[in-house]
Design a binder for this molecule. Structure first.
Ligand SMILES: NC(=O)c1ccc[n+]([C@@H]2O[C@H](COP(=O)([O-])OP(=O)(O)OC[C@H]3O[C@@H](n4cnc5c(N)ncnc54)[C@H](OP(=O)(O)O)[C@@H]3O)[C@@H](O)[C@H]2O)c1
Length: 224
């Protein structure tokens, strides 16, 4: 049985992951910004409050987590400013900064906080749900703030993979697919269950030999 921490677990892909890990008998530590009825309804899941862009909130959360953590899933994320306000023509710079705080810095804050707990596990796994839109190779001129925030977290986690390998913690970046959530919209290709199932298989397959990988939800390597 693995002990799994999931951020942004109250809806979307995070809730599907919490549901699926709990269903297979793993211990789920689910975090959300505010208490969630959806999480309260799940058995085998404990709820914690966590605002990933706030250092004090991260500290308060990690102080409650003693003992090894097998898997951290940095899932919480935002789209950033409304679409017209993150283009070459128009940029909401405060909104961009918020996207960086949540999507780029938040995952590192939580990883820093749980570093010891991951190192204490037989094979700690620090996973970040990024996006294909963060790939430098994907030339879609859209959502400058969101794309930049995901490109940044890709770099951050690549570096962390190098630093954490000797501690026995493996790092993985995952594009979850285009998923029907509040963020992905109703026209998206995948259900949250399909995405979560692929994500879990990719995490199961992560080793220290494959640390630092950037994968698609179905386990195929993603171009950087
Ligand atoms: N859906 C897609 O097609 C798609 C594609 C590529 C990548 N992704 C990535 O997949 C992840 C999950 O996305 P989703 O589609 O499930 O999005 P979602 O339905 O919008 O859910 C986002 C989750 O993140 C939480 N969150 C947002 N800001 C937070 C903060 N500052 N601190 C803590 N939690 C915060 C939200 O909590 P609240 O309820 O409190 O707002 C919510 O639980 C994100 O990282 C996203 O960028 C999604």
């Amino acid at each position: 049985m693995a002990r799994v921490v999931i951020t942004g677990a109250n809806r979307g892909i995070g809730l599907a992951l919490a549901t699926a890990y709990a269903a297979r008998g793993d211990e789920v530590i689910a975090t959300s910004r505010t208490p969630s009825d959806a999480l309260a309804a799940l058995s085998g899941v404990t709820q914690h409050t966590l605002e990933v862009s706030d250092g004090e909130s991260v500290e308060a959360f990690v102080s409650q987590i003693s003992g090894p953590v097998d898997v951290l899933i940095n899932n919480a994320g935002i789209s950033g400013p409304a679409r017209p306000q993150q283009t070459l023509a128009e940029m909401d710079y405060d909104g961009w900064a918020e996207a960086f705080a949540v999507n780029s810095m938040g995952p590192l804050r939580v990883l820093q906080g749980l570093r010891g707990q991951l190192a204490a596990a037989p094979l700690g796994k620090a996973v970040t749900i990024t996006s294909q839109l963060g790939a430098l190779s994907l030339d879609w001129p859209m959502s400058y703030a969101y794309c930049a925030s995901k490109a940044a977290v890709n770099k951050v986690m690549r570096l962390a993979a190098l630093d954490l390998k000797d501690e026995g913690t493996a790092v993985l970046l995952l594009h979850p697919g285009w998923v029907r959530t509040d963020m992905g919209g109703s026209e998206a290709a995948l259900s949250v269950e399909e995405s979560a199932s692929g994500i879990m298989a990719a995490i199961d397959g992560l080793t220290l030999e494959t640390t630092g990988a950037f994968l698609n939800w179905d386990g195929r390597p993603h171009e950087w």
